[in-house]
Ligand binder design. Structure first.
Ligand code: HH2
Length: 261
């Protein structure tokens, strides 16, 4: 099965690659609708940047950004809400979102797991050591794949223990979150080992700085690296690819599929 595409809709002034482009709700909605036409099966709506060193956004502001966008886009696509805040997740689910994507894997607000259980929605649990403000301070692992795998297994057990059925849990190695270039490359190379966790894998490499570290490219020039890393992740068994450039990625997957048959 070819992976599904999760299109990124950042309703923020400061996201690392498209900050400010879709802060206006009408622009974010138009963008999301275009991503669906381009081939996105899921739209991931976020109102707070998680880039290293990003400014924390208060709850009311994050809610104000995402709620109208989720409400409108949920009419045409499956929407995931990219948040670590309980109140934002709750409002987004009320507005029609059907997946909660938490980069802290419910470590920031563990009550989010019970909310997801009660609503019967899907969850994405991602690996990140610490928080976005500290995660890039000299990250170290004995074996990055083993440690990410153990972290995800523990968070899955916690989430399941809070009542979320295992079938609703997706896992994400958190490319770029608390990892050096070598850690990111190793995770992509050995992604298949995470299949042992038995749950669908979400992978987000799109436009990330590890690509720039490979070839010196600026953030607006990383589509080639985003596509190459996403296709390789798909070959290693990724089920969902979180991408900004949905049309280009859909074409790359179509050609990959046509060749592989
Ligand atoms: N990456 C980003 C944000 N959320 N969620 C998951 N599950 N996996 C990821 O790899 C992931 C994520 C960072 O990308 P972006 O949203 O474009 O940037 P920012 O956090 O600056 O808004």
């Amino acid at each position: 099965m070819p992976p599904k595409l999760m299109g990124v809709v950042n309703v923020t002034p400061d996201s690392f690659s498209d900050g400010g482009q879709y802060l206006d709700p009408a622009a974010a909605i138009r963008h999301g609708e275009q991503l669906v036409r381009d081939g996105a099966a899921i739209l991931d709506v976020g109102g707070e940047s998680t880039r290293p060193g990003a400014v924390e956004v208060d709850e009311a502001e994050e809610l104000r950004r995402v709620e109208p966008v989720v409400a409108k886009l949920a009419e045409t696509a499956a929407v995931s809400i990219d948040t670590s805040k309980l109140a934002v997740a709750e409002a987004a689910l009320d507005a029609g979102a059907s997946i909660v994507n938490d980069v802290t894997a419910f470590k920031h607000q563990p009550e989010m797991a019970a909310l997801c259980a009660e609503r019967g929605v899907g969850v994405v649990l991602m690996h990140m050591p610490g928080n976005p403000r500290t995660m890039q301070d000299d990250p170290r692992y004995e074996d990055v794949v083993d440690e990410v795998k153990a972290f995800l297994a523990e968070r899955m057990e916690f989430t399941n223990g809070q009542g979320v059925e295992e079938e609703r849990i997706w896992l994400d190695p958190g490319i770029g979150f608390g990892k050096t270039l070598e850690h990111n490359l190793e995770l992509l190379r050995r992604l298949g080992e995470l299949r042992g966790l038995g749950r669908p894998l979400v992978v987000g490499t799109s436009r990330k700085s590890f690509i720039g570290k490979v070839d010196g490219s600026a953030v607006e020039d990383r589509i080639g690296g985003s596509i190459a890393s996403s296709v390789l992740a798909a070959a290693e068994g990724a089920d969902v690819l979180r991408v900004h450039d949905v049309a280009e990625m859909a074409q790359a997957l179509a050609v990959t599929n046509a060749v592989l048959g």
